[in-house]
Ligand binder design. Structure first.
Ligand code: PAF
Length: 312
C-alpha cells in the first residue's frame, strides 16, 4: 500500500543523524512536517548549528541547507512519532534513551540493516507500536550533517509489535521524494536484506574490495556462492524461504549493480567504526544454532570480521 494518499503533517523525531536519518529529516521537513533530530551531545548540536542545519545534495546536484530542529535525548517533551536510523547495534540503546518520552500511542519505526534488534525492541517494549523498515535508498555523508543522495530506492515498512499490528495503518504522508510502502510481511523483507548483506558485506570487508570483485574474481565468487547456499539453508530451516531466484543470483546482480561501491561493512572497517556483523552474519549463526543447521562458512566469516575489528 503506498502512503501518498493522505496529507497529514505530524511531528517526527529522528534518532540517528547518519545519511539515511538526514535524508529523512530533510524530506519530511520539506513536506512541512515538524522534524526534530535527536543528537547525542552538545558538540553535535553545535556542529548542526554551525552547519546552519542539514545540507542536502539532491541527485540532480542541487545543494540546499534546511534548518531542521535538534535536541538531546534528555529533553522531556513527548515524542509522538520516532524513526530510529542508527546502526543496528545502537538501536536498543537509542530506543531506551527516549523511552520515557514516548506517548502511549507513539509510533516507532526502526530503520536499519540486520535482524535481532527489532525483535529485542518488541520484547523490551511490548506496549509500543513498533514498525520495522528496510530501504534501498542510497545516500552518504560528505561531512557531518551534509548528506548526498546517491539514488532513489524504496522503503518498505511493516508492523512488528502487537500494538502496531492492531493499530490503524501508519501515515507518513507527505514524505517528499521518499518512496514509502506499508507491507504486511516486513520480516520476510528483512530476512532477504540480511541474506544479501551476509553474502556481500563480510567478504568485501575481509578482502578490502569493492562489491564488484565478488563477481569478477573467481575465488571470491566461489566463496560467495558457498555463503549463499548456507544462508539459504539457514533461512529455510527458520521457515523463511528467501527469493524466487537462488540467493547467489540475487547477490551477483546486486554486487554487479553496485560494483563500484564499498559495502557499508568495509566502510565501517576503514573508518574504524563497529560493524553490523553481529546483526547480519551473527544473527544467521544464532538462528543456525537454534535450528541445528550447519553454518561453517558463516561462522568463519563471523570470527574473521570480529578479529578484523579487533586488530584495526
Ligand atoms: O550494506 C551495503 O553496503 C549494501 O546494503 C549492499 C547490499 C551490500 C550493497 O552495497
Amino acid at each position: 500500500m503506498m502512503c501518498s494518499q493522505w496529507f497529514i503533517t505530524m511531528h517526527w523525531h529522528i534518532l540517528g543523524a547518519g545519511a539515511i536519518g538526514c535524508t529523512w529529516a530533510v524530506q519530511l521537513f520539506k513536506s512541512r512536517h515538524d522534524v526534530t533530530l535527536i543528537l547525542s551531545s552538545n558538540e553535535r548540536l553545535q556542529q548542526l548549528s554551525t552547519n546552519g542545519g542539514v545540507t542536502y545534495q539532491a541527485t540532480d546536484g542541487e545543494i540546499k541547507t534546511y534548518k531542521v530542529n535538534a535536541e538531546l535525548a534528555e529533553k522531556n517533551t513527548p515524542i509522538q512519532n520516532l524513526v530510529i536510523c542508527t546502526k543496528a547495534y545502537s538501536t536498543i540503546n537509542a530506543l531506551q534513551s527516549v523511552a520515557d518520552r514516548l506517548s502511549s500511542d507513539a509510533n516507532v519505526i526502526l530503520l536499519q540493516n540486520g535482524l535481532g534488534p527489532q525483535q529485542e525492541a518488541v520484547t523490551l517494549f511490548p506496549e509500543l507500536s513498533i514498525w520495522a523498515a528496510t530501504t534501498t535508498d542510497g545516500a552518504y555523508l560528505r561531512s557531518p550533517f551534509h548528506v548526498v543522495r546517491a539514488g532513489h530506492g524504496e522503503t518498505l515498512i511493516g508492523a512488528i509489535s502487537r500494538k502496531a499490528l492492531s493499530n490503524k495503518p501508519l501515515s507518513l504522508s507527505p514524505s517528499g521524494d521518499l518512496t514509502l510502502s506499508l507491507i504486511d510481511d516486513i520480516e520476510h523483507k528483512l530476512w532477504c536484506k540480511v541474506a544479501i548483506n551476509a553474502a556481500i558485506n563480510p567478504l568485501t570487508a575481509l578482502n578490502n574490495c569493492k562489491n564488484g570483485m565478488l563477481v569478477s574474481d573467481a575465488t571470491l565468487a566461489e566463496k560467495m556462492q558457498a555463503v549463499c547456499r548456507e544462508v539459504e539453508t539457514i533461512a529455510a530451516s527458520c521457515g523463511q524461504p528467501l527469493f524466487e531466484k537462488p540467493l547467489y543470483d540475487m547477490a551477483v546482480s546486486i554486487a554487479t549493480l553496485t560494483a563500484e561501491n564499498y559495502s557499508s561493512m568495509l566502510q565501517d572497517i576503514q573508518k574504524k567504526r563497529s560493524t553490523e556483523i553481529e546483526q547480519i552474519t551473527g544473527f544467521l549463526c544464532k538462528q543456525a544454532e537454534k535450528t541445528g543447521t550447519d553454518a561453517p562458512q558463516n561462522r568463519r566469516l563471523l570470527q574473521q570480521v570480529r578479529q578484523l575489528s579487533l586488530i584495526r
